[in-house]
Design a protein around this ligand. Structure first.
Ligand code: SF4
Length: 356
């Protein structure tokens, strides 16, 4: 039985060479936290993010200089680039004409319909999408007055209002996001939005905090929605290194069986039965395998209670004994290894599998 509900079939939108929505795999994206005007630093961070699995990258475009830098950056990278713009339609036009792959802008904040139409026409001409990104913290005053607070309903009404403006301008290449720092409110908003429209949804919990807190909140919020079949692309927000966002995002997708690229390291919590030091072994193996893309299941288990069962189901695994461990490969016991060479022998066997 599948754990996740069938994905809701949304409209397929192209962002550079990546599709989101429809039957496309759920993609992982992040946002640079460098100054966009610093082209070298931003390109270096994009390169690092791409290396750990980032598939779409968004850059803040606060002014004209940043918009021009974005165009230079776009030419020097292969990953789809999204321009994040607030209020200023001129910046959107510079980014679109400079070859950006998507723009995040809320048309209701641009000003006149004439300006919205200019952005919509330019994006239509280039065939690029626009993301309408509603945040609970910036819901319009009249909606706050109507609902009394930034509720899920207020967020959805705000998003649909922005969407109506784009559709009136003849633009239908839309992605929506509805982020709040409250996990229940975010879940409620996306559920409502999913029931209200067929455009793809970009999921995220905003202002989720530092690594530990962001990891928990995002896993629950994004994970709950994905398990219900809602969501087409994800961004985990972390106060910290954006590389961590990708790491968490990949684990969310792998945990739900929505992506299987990379290592899945199963390790037991250890208990009084354990007679080898499992924790540093598991940490070292996780560290060494953090960059691999090939699907690989590794089991690092402390004893013979659950160890052989898990190790047999994995591509490679160990079940600890007294100062040693049994090494399993593809369901079979290969040999016994002494505790002090577990990491090196496991890595030798893993590398043999990866080379095939
Ligand atoms: Fe304890 Fe063994 Fe289970 Fe690990 S596998 S938690 S050592 S019983």
């Amino acid at each position: 039985m599948e754990f996740t509900s069938a994905r809701k079939l949304t409209k397929t939108i192209k962002i550079g060479n990546i599709s989101i929505g429809g039957n496309a795999p759920v993609s992982i994206q992040s946002m640079t936290n460098t100054d966009t005007r610093n082209v070298d630093a931003t390109l270096k961070q994009i390169c690092d993010l791409e290396a750990v699995g980032c598939e779409i990258i968004r850059l803040a475009v606060p002014d004209r200089e940043a918009a021009q830098a974005l165009c230079t950056i776009k030419k020097a990278t292969n990953i789809p680039v999204v321009a994040d713009i607030h209020f200023d339609h001129e910046l959107a036009l510079i980014a679109i004409n400079g070859g950006v792959d998507k723009v995040r802008i809320n048309p209701g904040n641009i000003g006149s319909f004439e300006n919205v139409k200019k952005v919509a026409d330019a994006a239509n001409y280039k065939g690029i999408p626009i993301r309408i990104g509603v945040n609970a913290g910036s819901v319009e005053k009249e909606l706050l007055a109507k609902y009394g607070a930034p509720t899920a309903e207020a967020m959805v009404e705000s998003a649909l209002r922005h969407g109506d403006i784009l559709e009136k301008a003849g633009f239908y290449n839309i992605v929506y996001s509805l982020k709040a720092s409250s996990v229940p409110m975010t879940i409620a908003a996306y559920r409502l939005m999913s029931a209200s429209c067929g455009y793809p949804l970009h999921l995220g919990i905003t202002e989720a905090g530092t690594e530990f807190f962001a990891s928990v909140k995002s896993s629950i919020g994004i994970g709950c929605l994905l398990a219900e079949g809602i969501g087409d692309t994800i961004r985990v927000s972390v106060t910290g290194d954006p590389l961590v966002e990708i790491k968490i995002g990949r684990e969310i997708l792998k945990s739900l069986g929505l992506r299987n690229d990379g290592a899945d390291v199963i390790s037991c919590p250890t208990c009084g039965r354990c007679q080898i030091n499992i924790i540093p072994i598991a940490e070292e193996i996780n560290q060494r395998l953090s960059g691999i893309r090939k699907p690989l299941k590794i089991a690092i288990m402390g004893c013979a209670v659950n160890g052989p069962g898990e190790a047999k189901e994995a591509d490679i695994g160990i079940a600890g004994g007294k100062g040693e461990a049994l090494l399993f490969k593809k369901g079979k016991i290969i040999r016994k290894i002494p505790e002090d060479s577990i990491v090196s022998e496991l890595m030798d066997e893993i590398n043999k599998i990866l080379e095939v």
